[in-house]
Ligand binder design. Structure first.
Ligand SMILES: Cc1cc2nc3c(=O)[nH]c(=O)nc-3n(C[C@H](O)[C@H](O)[C@H](O)COP(=O)(O)OP(=O)(O)OC[C@H]3O[C@@H](n4cnc5c(N)ncnc54)[C@H](O)[C@@H]3O)c2cc1C
Length: 410
């Protein structure tokens, strides 16, 4: 025990961020840029991980512009999605159309999340007040008199206690900080999970579309240049049953929705190539405690519906930096300031989650019956056809910008 204690290193900073995802890295960059000493703890050794969403939204691109980084950022390899197309049986429906948005970039940039995070990291490292510790996994909070004063973590060199004026939990949907802090979570039950896998592109796809609904099944097919990032929407908890039916049946089901994948789906020859995303929609009742703030998925786990989780995480980071940077630099960041971050960001998160839950209920019902086919009820279908131009623009605004857009203040 004594030896363990001796091996524990201690450091001190102004703000310690747990988690180097979109929320944590953006906040780290913005605080460092505002002369606030900041340390980001990231449990992995790099950002090269499973698919976690590749969408950089118009609002995020606008922030890049405000930070003077847009041109450099867009030089990274990416695809540009200007409107979303869905194939419904044999009909094509145009969904959100970003061409009318009041932003410089009227498209979603599709870029691997690791490229985005590496870009933010490289920019943040230009500031002497920024430190990123990779392979540093937060394991507990350090508290004193009811206030969080630091984070306990394990690194390759041993234990590390990081003491800080403020700890920000940006450690995602399975946040350990949330658990250790005993935060109360409101869960909004989701009837679906998603199976993600990659299929090589062939010349066979004559009808590019982001999503396909056929035979009561739904498949997302994100065009990533030489492959499709596919997401098969399944009933919650149905993965074990799908595995029992076997890979052949799974492949046939996929080809049933997207026949153009027939030539390349054979490469899915191992369940290891299929990743389960357990979809959650939940939100903390309170996003802070003295000395501790939650942002991004750690504060509000989002469904992949609309692909807006990254956008919201980044908007939280910008709001937190706008509201807290000066206070942190002056050494007077109080609990009331943390409350202001929740007051600013809870409404956008709630509105977005309400829409996601509504879409789930409409399309998948509220019960997870693995045998029930997905459907779009006829009133919703009629609305899609009758109001398309209006709906397309409204949907583009919700997806591309979201509610209450944040801007870089300094
Ligand atoms: C399969 C999948 C597909 C998705 N598709 C999309 C999409 O297309 N578009 C979209 O906008 N959103 C998508 N999302 C959601 C999106 O990934 C999240 O909403 C977004 O990444 C949230 O950002 P975050 O920074 O809050 O959390 P995360 O991105 O989850 O980042 C948390 C970070 O914290 C680190 N971490 C966790 N625990 C610890 C610890 N104890 N110590 C130190 N570090 C820790 C993790 O390694 C990670 O880097 C998808 C999610 C998944 C899983």
């Amino acid at each position: 025990m004594n030896q363990l204690r001796q091996a524990t290193q201690q450091i001190r900073t102004t703000c310690c961020i747990v988690g180097g995802g979109p929320a944590g890295m953006m906040l780290g960059l913005l605080l460092a840029r505002a002369d606030v000493e900041v340390i980001v703890l990231e449990k992995h050794g790099d950002f090269l991980r499973d698919f976690r969403g590749d969408t950089i939204h118009p609002s995020t691109l606008e922030l890049m512009y405000e930070l003077g980084m847009l041109d450099e950022f867009l030089r990274l390899p990416h695809q540009e999605m200007r409107r979303v197309k869905i194939r419904f049986d044999d009909e094509e429906i145009t969904g959100p159309d970003f061409s009318h948005l009041p932003t410089r970039c009227k498209f979603i940039a599709l870029m691997p999340q690791w490229d985005f995070l590496n870009f933010l990291t490289a920019r943040a490292k230009r500031y002497p007040t920024f430190r990123l510790l990779m392979n540093a996994e937060a394991t507990d909070l350090i508290e004193e008199g009811g206030r969080v004063i630091g984070v306990r973590s394990k690194t390759e060199q041993g234990g590390l206690d990081a003491f800080a004026d403020l700890v920000v939990a940006a450690d995602g949907r399975s946040s350990i900080v949330r658990e250790r802090a005993g935060m109360e979570v409101e869960d909004f039950g989701v009837p679906i999970d998603v199976l993600w896998f990659r299929v090589a592109k062939t010349a066979a796809d004559a009808e590019p579309a982001l999503g396909r609904i056929r035979n009561g099944k739904m498949l997302v097919t994100i065009d990533r240049g030489d492959y499709y990032q596919c997401g098969s929407i399944i009933r919650k908890g149905a993965f074990e049953e799908i595995k029992r039916r076997g890979l052949e049946a799974f492949r046939e089901e996929i080809v049933g929705v997207a026949p153009f994948l027939r030539d390349s789906i054979g490469k899915i020859d191992d369940w290891g190539k299929v990743k389960l995303l357990t979809v959650q929609v939940n939100r903390l009742r309170q996003w802070y405690r003295p000395g501790l703030l939650f942002i991004g998925d750690a504060a509000h786990a989002m469904s992949p519906a609309g692909g807006v989780g990254i956008n919201l995480a980044i908007q939280d980071a910008v709001a937190a930096a706008n509201l807290l940077a000066d206070k942190l630099r002056q050494g007077n960041c109080e609990t009331v300031d943390l409350r202001r971050v929740q007051q600013r960001r809870e409404w956008p998160a709630r509105m977005t989650q309400n829409i996601q839950v509504f879409i789930h209920r409409q399309m998948f019902g509220s019960k997870s019956d693995p045998e029930r086919a997905f459907s779009i009820p006829w009133p919703a279908r009629a609305l899609l056809w009758l109001l398309t131009p209006v709906l397309r623009r409204a949907a583009a605004r919700v997806v591309g910008i979201g509610f209450r857009a944040e801007h870089i203040r300094r």
